[in-house]
Design a protein around this ligand. Structure first.
Ligand SMILES: Cc1cc2nc3c(=O)[nH]c(=O)nc-3n(C[C@H](O)[C@H](O)[C@H](O)COP(=O)(O)OP(=O)(O)OC[C@H]3O[C@@H](n4cnc5c(N)ncnc54)[C@H](O)[C@@H]3O)c2cc1C
Length: 388
């Protein structure tokens, strides 16, 4: 069945012509190139790597960055791309978020001119893939406690440590590894071919199965002076990258919710029980109306978030509030859609179960739901409920 995107409040009109055109291009791409095969990839636990070159050709990688072969579109335009990609699958959006917001953005914002020239055009074209190594086996919500270290050696640095749950880890050409140099966190651009670097995939996931997730081991990996990102030190570096990526997730979650709503509505209109389509029953209508209500609120939140970002007025608490709301909303909608589909909803003939399981990862990564609660709690009370 053709996808029909929910826009109950004609929020479309608020976006510019260019933003809508970019969104429509990705919507079409998802319908024609992602939907036909994503279920098989998800079941097999494989990432559709043939899409990378297509993303590069369409300018989707690092799309909101200016110069260096990047498209330079508005943050809202980037958000809408994330929305459409996640309508297909959270894992596909994760690939683009990591490449664009977690690796290209820090090179663009904190890198030397040589690093920008070397990496950004190749990454925008999809010829070089990046991953972002912050989380460690014992440090997830509290990344500041990281154990990975960098020590100065003649001509550069030596890195030692383990990073876990790293998206794109084993397919990356360059890993942005966050490590403590003399006790202070710094970012290092580590070629994945460097001696002592290895990436092992994490298998057995029942979420984000069409995305590569790996453990990175750095055993005395030596890199040159030019591997250090010169423009930032301390946790401000990774946190600023995460704000960029979370912005995209706020939109992405709406896409997953829109996909589930569309599937549930279509199914409910077709499925006959007690001689009538189930969409005609009040209890089912209540569920569908709740979905429309929550998606519409989340769409408006995203719209405002984008315009605040464009005006340089967006602060991290506002992103946390939207990430917390929109991902939780999408997770609830995926589960309700699964319910409306009855037994069929537990099969991979339908997409709501895949979204439902994917959204468990999205709920946890880039700051868990509860950590974002504490971030907003601190913002509004001035009192920090956790140590950093
Ligand atoms: C599929 C996937 C892909 C990922 N990709 C990347 C990536 O590319 N790069 C990367 O660096 N990381 C990545 N991550 C890691 C992710 O960011 C972490 O999983 C996340 O930060 C949570 O850390 P944790 O899993 O160690 O959970 P923990 O920090 O151990 O949290 C477990 C539970 O405790 C709660 N909790 C923790 N502290 C507190 C507190 N102070 N108060 C109240 N509750 C608390 C949490 O909310 C959560 O419910 C990925 C994770 C997944 C699942």
């Amino acid at each position: 069945m053709a996808y029909s995107a929910l826009d109950y409040y004609t929020i479309d009109e608020l976006y510019t012509h260019e933003e809508r055109m970019g969104r429509d291009t990705v919507r079409e791409l998802v319908s024609t190139k992602i939907m036909p095969s994503i279920g098989k990839h998800w079941a097999a636990g494989t990432f559709p790597s043939e899409l990378i070159a297509v993303f590069g050709e369409l300018g989707l990688l690092g799309s909101s960055l200016a110069g260096y072969g990047c498209a330079g579109i508005s943050p809202s335009g980037y958000g809408l791309i994330c929305q459409e990609l996640e309508r297909g699958d959270s894992g596909i959006r994760s690939f683009c978020s990591v490449q664009s917001s977690l690796v290209m953005y820090p090179i663009w914002a904190f890198g030397s001119e040589d690093q920008k020239q070397k990496y950004l055009p190749e990454m925008a074209a999809g010829r070089v893939i990046g991953c972002f190594g912050l989380t460690e086996p014992d440090f997830g919500s509290n990344p500041a406690g990281m154990l990975t270290t960098a020590t100065r050696v003649t001509g550069g640095y030596k890195l030692r440590g383990t990073k876990r749950w790293i998206t794109n880890g084993s397919i990356a050409n360059v890993a942005l590894v966050w490590a403590k140099l003399e006790g202070v966190v710094h970012g290092f651009l580590v070629p994945t071919t460097a001696a002592g670097f290895s990436a092992k995939d994490i298998h057995g996931k029942w979420s984000l199965r069409a995305s590569v997730t790996s453990e990175l081991v750095l055993e005395d990996v030596e890199v040159g002076e030019d591997a250090l990102l010169p423009g930032v030190s301390g946790m401000r570096g990774p946190l600023q990258c995460l704000s960029q990526a979370r912005f995209g997730i706020c939109y992405g979650a709406v896409g997953a919710a829109m996909a589930c709503y569309d599937e549930a509505l279509g199914y409910a209109k077709d499925r006959v029980q007690f001689s009538r389509p189930i969409a005609g029953y009040q209890l089912v209508q209540r569920k569908l109306v709740d979905m429309v209500s929550e998606i519409t609120k989340a769409q408006l939140l995203c719209y405002r978030l984008g315009r605040l970002k464009e005006a340089n007025k967006l602060h991290p608490g506002q992103i946390s509030l939207a990430k917390r709301n929109n991902v939780s909303m999408a997770r609830d909608i995926a589960r309700d859609a699964r319910d409306i589909l009855g037994a069929n909803g537990v099969t991979d003939d339908y997409q709501c179960g895949r979204h439902m399981l994917n959204l468990e990862s999205v709920y946890t990564y880039e700051g868990t739901h509860d950590i974002h609660t504490l971030v907003v709690g601190q913002d509004i009370t001035g009192l920090q409920a956790f140590d950093s």
